[in-house]
Design a protein around this ligand. Sequence first.
Ligand SMILES: [Zn+2]
Length: 380
Amino acid sequence: MNFKSLHNAVKDTSVMGRYLPEDRLKKLIDLAKKNQTYRLLGSSENGRDIHGILIGRGEKRVLAWSQMHGNESTTTKGIIDFVRLLSQDALLWEYVSGVLNQFTFLIIPILNPDGAQLYTRENASGIDLNRDALSQTQREIQVLMRQFEAFRPDLCLNLHDQRSIYGVGDLRVPATLSFLAPSVDTERTISPARLEAMDLIVKMVLSLQDNLPGQIGRYDDAFNESCVGDFFQKSGVPTILIEAGHYPQDDAREHTRYFVFEALFHLFKTVIKPSDPEGIISDYMAIPENHKNLRDLVFKNVRLNNTLVSIGLQKDYEIVNDREKQFLKVENVDPEQLIMGYTEIDFKGEELLINSHENDFVGEKIVTIELKKSKKMIKI
Ligand SMILES: [Zn+2]
C-alpha cells in the first residue's frame, strides 16, 4: 500500500503549516454539513464555535479531540485528512466501509479555538486546558466533558504536538511520533483500560515501523489527574495520547501530518482484539522512551565563564499578518555539552554576545549574535 499517494489524494490543502485558526476549517465543515456529519458542540470562552464531526455507524465509539493546545495543529491536519478518507467511497472502499461499520467517531478538530486564533498553548483565559480536567473551570473543557458523558466512548484519542527537543535513543533522531497510554495513579498501575490502550499503541507502532523506523518514542507516564488523558483513563475508558513531533527539514510539519494520518489508518485497520497481557506490557515498554536531548540549533564549544558550554536554540513562531513567522530563542546552556543539534556550529572556544549580553540570555528571542573579541556578527 502506498500510503503517501493515498494521503495526497485525500489531503485537505486548505489547511497547511502550523497556524490553524478555526475559520480555516471551512472546507471540512462544508463537507461534513453536506454529509450530515456536522455537529456544533458548544463555544469557547471568547464565544468561538467548537465544531464536531460525528461519522460512522459502528458499535465501538471513539472520541478524538485535537488542538486542545491552540498552537498544536499537526494532529488536527492529520485527523482532518482521515475524516476526508472516511467521507469518500472512490478510494479503498473496503477499508473505509469496514471502519465505518465497526466504529462511530466523534471528532473535535479544534477544542481550543481561541488559542488556535491567538497561536497560544493556553485558551483565552490563559489556562492550560490539559490541567483543567479535575476543576473543569473552562468552557472548552466543559464541552469536552459533556461530550464524554453523552457519547460514552469506548476509546479516547488525545491529540497533541511535541517540540523538536524530543529525541529517540542516543542518536540525533527526533521522535516524529510519540505515544502514551496515560497512567491511572501515581503507582502507574496497569488497569484494564490502560492495558487496552497499550495494546493499540503497540499495534500502531508495529505497523508504522515500515515507513518510520526508529522515530517513534514513548512519552513519560507520570500521573497527573488534572490532565485530560489521565482523567479519562482513570475513569475506565482506554485513552491514547498521540504527540506529533519533528521530522528533519519539516518545520511546517506537513510530513509529520502524513505520519499522523498513517497512524490513524493503522489504528482502525483491524478489529480491536485483546492480546496476551504480558506480551503487551513488554512490547509497550520496549518502545524507546523520549529524551529531551535535541535542539534545532546548537552552538558547541562556546566559552562562558571560562568553561566550554553548548548553547541550545529552538525555533519558535509568532503570527504576523495571519501567517507564522519563525524566530530563534535560547532554550538552555548545557555545561556538559550533551545536547545535540539538528544543525550545529562549533565556536572553538570563542566567547559570544547574544543580544549584546555575555550571560543571561536563556529564554530570550535572538536578535543579534556576535563574537565578543572581534565583534564579528554571526548570521544564522
Ligand atoms: Zn499539547
